[in-house]
Design a protein around this ligand. Structure first.
Ligand code: GDP
Ligand code: MG
Length: 409
């Protein structure tokens, strides 16, 4: 299965027009994805290009059109920030002929502010004899160590391995295995409960399910994949597993069929933990449902765009469940890349599993909520909560359980 874009390491190439961003991306990906041109401003929207670098799934992002951060129209900076925040690593590309300008300095500042690590590529090194002085100057001006600065030539394909090496070195940990790390161990037996209902995509499994299977195999454990109707039969035939992981849609039935001494959670809760690294924060969020009052506003945010079905989880079911508990709550919905910059009017944000967002992007949204003092949670936790199975679904995550215990007691 092809790695979805959201789980690829996003590497953004920044630099002034004509420094060779597009050429460099083409050279690294070995194909013509970005348009190379002698004229300024050929491309304006970011261009995404998926490629595996040393077996690591990566998306190279050509950020043409963002080369005038220093020309500083507020709207442009906002746009630049929007793209920049989705990157895991940045490459600032230099052309020795153009030297160092305000653009590069401001960009380096922005990246530091956002906590995004970056490396520098001095391109067109085929045209120059010695670039040591320039390296020194960049190191000083941008305040980064020289080992993060690499001389390359997109044209002659020189220095590319070294650039890849430097990019991967500064990349945040991108190991998929965290999905079940610390929960599943060698020799464990795990049941995966996957209803193939009308909502299931034709002919395939969704990514968190594939990820779980792969992860369990990597950990030298065993999994049995069943539809919800067969779960009971598997219990009767194979006995008790260490844990059942269920699709959220079948949570109540899975809970009824799974003995109390067997751990039970959902793909969506695992995904939330993996994607945010902060399940405890999302549990705090779901408990906020108790505090909602008539007239409060809740934002439901869905990262992917799809046509809502008649019993759509975000549009219909979640609002219904929450109104049952909390009364006359107003719901706003956003989809895709939009996320309101002013969150202050909301009491709670309920986010989808965010499997189409990068981890950095989702963490950024959590940070925004935190800044605005608004609690945030996710679909999977809401489903577990409204069905009265929340403590059971998080008992294997001590940090999250801690929050629950404090709340109870
Ligand atoms: N000599 C030389 N020219 C290059 C190199 N990389 C790019 N160029 C040229 O620089 C120009 C601008 O390249 P392009 O990739 O479109 O720059 P971008 O605007 O930053 O995307 C083109 O004419 C390229 O052929 C290089 O490594 N060496
Ligand atoms: Mg270009």
């Amino acid at each position: 299965m092809i790695t979805p874009r959201s789980l690829r390491l996003h590497v953004g190439f920044f630099g002034r027009t004509n420094v060779g961003k597009s050429s460099l991306i083409n050279a690294l990906s070995g194909r013509e994805v970005a348009i190379v041109s002698d004229y300024a401003g050929t491309t304006t929207d970011p261009v995404f290009s998926d490629v595996d670098l040393l077996n690591l799934p990566v998306t190279l992002v050509d950020t043409a059109g963002l080369d005038d951060v220093s020309a500083l129209s507020a709207k442009r900076v906002e746009r630049a920030l929007n793209i920049l925040r989705r990157m895991d690593v940045a490459v600032i590309v230099f052309d020795p002929l153009k030297g160092i300008g305000d653009y590069e300095k401001e960009l380096a500042e922005l990246l530091k502010l956002e906590g995004i690590d970056f490396v520098v590529a001095i391109n067109k090194s085929d045209l120059f004899e010695r670039l040591d002085d320039f390296k020194e100057e960049i190191s000083k001006e941008l305040g980064i160590p020289k080992r993060k600065i690499v001389c390359v030539s997109a044209l002659k394909k020189m220095g590319l391995e070294k650039l890849i090496d430097r990019i991967l070195r500064v990349a945040p940990d991108f190991d998929d295995s965290q999905f079940l790390d610390g929960i599943v161990e060698e020799g464990d037996l795990i049941y995966l409960n996957i209803p193939i209902d009308l909502g299931a995509p034709k002919g395939r499994l969704i990514y968190p399910q594939v990820q779980a299977i792969r992860n369990i195999l990597d950990l030298k454990a065993t999994c049995v994949v069943v539809k919800e109707r067969e779960l009971k039969w598997v219990f009767d035939t194979l006995g008790k597993p260490k844990m059942v992981i269920t699709d959220s849609h079948a949570f109540t039935k899975a809970a009824a069929d799974t003995p109390e001494d067997v751990m039970l959670t959902s793909f969506s809760i695992l995904e939330a933990r993996f994607r945010t690294g902060n399940l405890a924060k999302l549990v705090e969020g779901v408990l906020e449902v108790e505090n909602l009052k008539d007239g409060d506003r809740v934002l439901v945010a869905e990262a992917c765009t799809h046509h809502p079905s008649p019993d759509d989880i975000g549009r219909v079911k979640i609002p219904r469940w929450i109104r049952n508990i909390a009364g006359d709550i107003k719901f706003d919905h956003v989809m895709g890349g939009t996320f309101p910059s002013d969150l202050s009017k909301y009491k709670l944000i309920i986010h989808c599993g965010a499997c189409t967002l990068t981890r950095r992007h989702m963490m950024y949204r959590i940070k925004l909520a935190e800044k605005a003092g608004v609690k945030i949670t996710n679909y999977g936790l809401v489903i577990a909560y409204v069905h009265g199975i929340l403590p059971r679904a998080i008992e294997m995550f001590p940090e999250a359980m801690e929050v629950w215990k404090k709340y109870k007691g």
